[in-house]
Write a protein of this length. Structure first.
Length: 168
């Protein structure tokens, strides 16, 4: 949908700034990203919202990316009480204990190498696909990985913004 007639987008456009900022923080923990998206309200449709999100993501500094990543739980360990985290990591829900243990080990190795959680747009991915992705990416340079993380965050933000725009 590209019109502001979606209930969630119409509501978001009219929220008080502090309430809209809180809603955006649920989408992405980066204050800079949220400020950019907030500053461009009202949105005429979801494509305009996505464009603002993408532009904000492209401008994030290394510190802003760190702040955004800090809002994400490690794969295989969704944040307790966070339905978005559980929903996005659903592919790990039925994973074997062996796969869970392997993911924990890989997450720790990745975090030791790069200094942050392994971040992937996990929506729709199986546990095995997530495991294979961390195995593939752990050999990247920090610079390569930063840009992959930026792209993955952008995908996650679009999924979460879609929910925001659709929810009444």
């Amino acid at each position: 949908m590209t019109t502001s007639s979606t209930p969630g987008l119409a509501r978001f456009n009219t929220l008080a700034a502090d309430e809209a900022a809180a809603a955006l923080h649920e989408v992405c923990a980066s204050t800079a990203w949220g400020s950019h998206v907030l500053a461009h309200r009202p949105y005429t449709g979801t494509e305009a919202l996505f464009s603002a999100s993408d532009a904000a993501m492209a401008e994030l500094s290394a510190e802003d990316l760190d702040e955004a990543m800090a809002g994400h739980a490690p794969i295989g360990r969704p944040k307790p009480g966070d339905p978005a985290s559980a929903r996005e990591q659903r592919g790990m829900a039925g994973a074997s204990e062996e796969l869970r243990a392997e993911m924990l080990e890989l997450n720790l190795a990745y975090q030791e190498r790069f200094g942050h959680v392994f971040l992937i747009c996990a929506t729709g991915a199986t546990g095995e696909q997530m495991r294979d992705a961390v195995k593939d990416r752990i050999g990247n340079s920090p610079e390569q990985e930063r840009e992959i993380v930026r792209a993955e965050l952008g995908k996650i933000n679009r999924i979460r913004l879609t929910r925001l725009a659709q929810d009444s």
